[in-house]
Design a protein around this ligand. Sequence first.
Ligand code: NAI
Length: 347
Amino acid sequence: PRPRRRRSRRAKGKGPRAKEPRKTGEFKVCVCGGAGGIGQPLCLLMAMDPNVKELCVFDLNVAMVPAQGVATDLGHLEKKAAVKGYVMEVGQKPVDNLEECLTGCHLVLIPAGMPRKPGQTRDDLFKINADIAKGIVEACAKYCPDAMLGMIVNPVNSVVPAMAELYKKKGLDPMKIVGITTLDVVRANKFVVRLPAPPDRVNVPVIGGHAGTTILPLFSQDKHAKTIDAEKIPDLDKHVQDAGTDVVNAKNGKGSATLSMAYAGARLGKSVLAGLAGQRRTECAYCKSEITDLPYFAQKVVFGKEGISKVLPLGELNEYETKRLEEVKVQLKGEIESGLKYAEENS
Ligand code: NAI
């Protein structure tokens, strides 16, 4: 007998099987410094995230373009997000101006601040940028205390401890504040170049901090990267550490990493929102920590419905990484202390 042929759904006149629609979040996101070099492409990428229902672009009246302009422009994307711009005059306080902008926010991304110029370290920017961050963080504490705050503004190693301690003093959860170190992970993945594995299949955790020697990529923990010859690792490690400075020099006084940073910031931001929507995501981020003897550390965290739902252990380190970790700790300790001192003197 001829084998019975199964009739397709189409032959039965049924059309393709309806897929279970994936539930998306309905989140409100604000980008502070949203009209700047990082801010604009970051707003673009966040406006494309199906989890974003409302996007607020906040910047000063002296920004490169008005925040309303960025918002009107992005408001024409055929995406769900409604986009609104908020402008504040220089010298005014966010807490007096951002009630509507921040109320109801689930995620606030903060690239507001001065970028590095050639010859400047991230630390040179500390006082100026910490004051900018403080104004914004205080407004978040008042209008959206449950939101996750992603700090892009440098120096992340000192700004984050300063802001998290200010949150703690207000009785808020310091784990709501994370420093975005995702660009180090993105760079490490890209620099590994392990064909046929494309860079987005490589996942090198980068721990420690977000400046110079404090950046510690754990190449041994990725299945592609761990096949690299041991003698090539120090150069690769250094390449990741110096990559930000390479961009500063290549831009020749006209800014630091903006596009790759926006990509990395959006990766982290989207992971936070996916977590809030119930799809857990693991990322490295710089925040309050108990996994080493340092109180702040870039570590593997799991984003869930409440923000950070879990901090993962360091995992196994090889001999080179173990030695580097000691170097990281010495440098990072001082940078954390600058942040703690700022919080002490400015609360
Ligand atoms: P930018 O100068 O192009 O943009 C900064 C924006 O912040 C400007 O539009 C400015 O008007 C705005 N701004 C300044 N003070 C503000 C305030 N009080 N309230 C609201 N907005 C304010 O600089 P860019 O290149 O976008 O860099 C921003 C920050 O990100 C810098 O601190 C830079 O060092 C840092 N950065 C961090 C990286 C990371 O991996 N975490 C990588 C690259 C840069």
